[in-house]
Design a protein around this ligand. Structure first.
Ligand SMILES: [Zn+2]
Length: 148
């Protein structure tokens, strides 16, 4: 298992437990090189996490939705699939750490954009344009200008 932070393969399991719904085993790991702590899961990741959407409806957290949104943004960009895997595990680790039962879709969007911005500006703008649903060209231009 790669450390999401430094990519080291050396880590130890510091805690294992069965999730509330008992569909998965969660393991808390610590990187032996940089001490970063992250969580891995066998089977369903975050089956207990609810996403609160902008219209206040809820749905189960769905990792594949997150992946699909990212794939569209990075299409034909020079980004390795490993980088995307790391980005996804970093986002999920952050969700694990900061949110217990629910998280807003806006927060997930922010987490993704924050990381895409560092990784690839074009992918970031693509993602932001879908996610932020810019009302007009000025708003879009403002966002692009911030990147210069
Ligand atoms: Zn590490």
């Amino acid at each position: 298992m790669l450390c999401p932070k430094c990519r080291s393969l050396n880590n130890k399991v510091i805690d294992s437990r069965l999730s509330k719904s008992e569909v998965s085993i969660r393991r808390r790991r610590q990187c032996l090189d940089c001490d970063y702590r992250f969580t891995t899961s066998e089977e369903v990741m975050r089956a207990d996490l609810q996403v609160v959407k902008r219209d206040a409806t809820r749905e189960d957290f769905d990792r594949s939705k997150l992946v699909n949104g990212l794939k569209k943004a990075i299409e034909k960009r020079p980004i390795e699939s490993l980088q995307i895997d790391l980005l996804i595990s970093d986002i999920i680790a952050t969700l694990e750490e900061k949110f217990d039962q629910e998280v807003s879709s806006e927060m997930i969007g922010e987490l993704i954009m924050e990381r895409l911005k560092k990784l690839d500006k074009i992918a970031y703008v693509r993602y932001a344009s879908v996610y932020k649903d810019f009302r007009d060209i000025d708003e879009f231009a403002k966002e692009v200008n911030k990147l210069k």
